[in-house]
Design a protein around this ligand. Structure first.
Ligand SMILES: NC(=O)c1ccc[n+]([C@@H]2O[C@H](COP(=O)([O-])OP(=O)(O)OC[C@H]3O[C@@H](n4cnc5c(N)ncnc54)[C@H](OP(=O)(O)O)[C@@H]3O)[C@@H](O)[C@H]2O)c1
Length: 299
């Protein structure tokens, strides 16, 4: 009897492999934070993960995390800068050629330009949009022909609660994420009938490198000549002191969305984000302004 079961199992195993091909996920910005953790979570869920980063010299943390989780074999780590726009279609085509398809694209790469908007130069704002908005747009456009052909695919945009709320001293970041929100919401309407699901993930404050390495102060922001210098220094301390949650919550959410055949358009992640959004929706805008000004001592 046991021998018979073993024979059946050996016959069925190749069939199972054939009927359930490995799903392929491509993720940007995997050297740290959500990108790193999501790469591991997706690999643990059985995906083959093309984990990308602009500098392969920074892959050690991901390699170590993958080995510790026993999923190193599930990762294909490649170099990719999302602002190297001309290279993106060829990059995605090579992934599809090597792995056969593309089931999930996670547009995660991002950073934050910080400073009062009065002090932010146009070129700094443009740089913010190049990565956070145009980078995600260009990656998506590179992936769409394959997903259209497959009549399937998930495109997961890592936006932010800052994409739904204006924010003091990270207004440039907030603007780039608002643009991403509008573009993605529209794209979802256009691609639903093609079998392609566009999803926005909107985290609150989570403990990643974006608060240190990933934050770029505008050139004028902390100069003595800035009219905002005193309140900028106050804000900087306040932002650093903000409570920040465990980024695993976001990584798990993205992995769950990637496996959901029918995901929603938006996922707000983190208690702080949910509270802020509820307050914005419930309170008259003038009250909202007063609370923000008082809490942040903006005078
Ligand atoms: N942490 C939060 O509280 C929070 C909240 C809301 C939304 N988010 C969003 O979450 C995403 C991930 O950020 P994180 O918090 O995990 O911060 P992080 O640890 O700083 O990770 C950001 C990643 O993006 C990469 N990156 C930056 N510019 C890139 C480019 N041009 N091409 C390719 N990769 C690039 C970074 O690569 P390098 O290592 O080369 O710099 C890094 O791997 C971002 O889109 C961010 O806006 C974060």
């Amino acid at each position: 009897m046991i021998r018979l079961a073993a024979v059946f199992a050996s016959v069925l195993q190749p069939l199972r492999t054939y009927s359930m091909p490995e799903k392929i996920a491509l993720i940007t910005g995997s050297s740290s934070g959500f990108g790193l953790l999501t790469s591991i979570e997706l690999a643990k869920a059985g995906f083959k993960v093309v984990a990308t980063m602009r500098d392969l010299g920074r892959r050690e943390r991901l390699d170590q995390a993958a080995s510790a989780a026993g999923v190193a074999v599930q990762l294909d780590i490649r170099a990719l800068d999302v602002t190297d726009f001309d290279s993106l279609p060829g990059f995605v085509d090579a992934v599809v050629r090597d792995h056969g398809c593309l089931d999930v694209l996670v547009n995660n790469a991002g950073f934050a330009v910080a400073g009062f908007l009065e002090d932010i130069k146009l070129e700094e704002l443009r740089r913010q949009f190049e990565t956070n908005f145009f980078g995600a747009v260009a990656m998506t456009k590179a992936a769409l022909p394959t997903m259209r052909r497959q009549h399937s695919g998930h495109i997961i945009m890592v936006s932010s609660i800052g994409g739904l709320l204006g924010t003091v001293t990270i207004g440039s970041y907030s603007a780039s994420k608002h643009a991403l929100e509008g573009w993605s919401e529209s794209l979802r309407l256009e691609t639903n009938s093609l079998g392609i699901k566009v999803v926005l993930v909107e985290p609150g404050s989570f403990q990643t490198d974006i608060w240190t390495r990933g934050a770029m102060l505008g050139d004028q922001v902390t100069k003595e000549t800035s009219p905002n210098i005193q309140r900028m220094l106050r804000m900087r301390d306040l932002i650093q002191a903000l409570p920040k949650s465990d980024p695993m919550e976001v990584a798990r959410k993205i992995a769950a969305i990637a496996q959901d055949p029918n995901p929603k358009l938006r996922y707000v992640v983190g208690r702080d984000a949910k509270i802020q959004l509820a307050l914005k929706r419930i309170l008259p805008w003038k009250w909202h302004e007063k609370i923000v000004a008082k809490y942040l001592k903006l005078d």
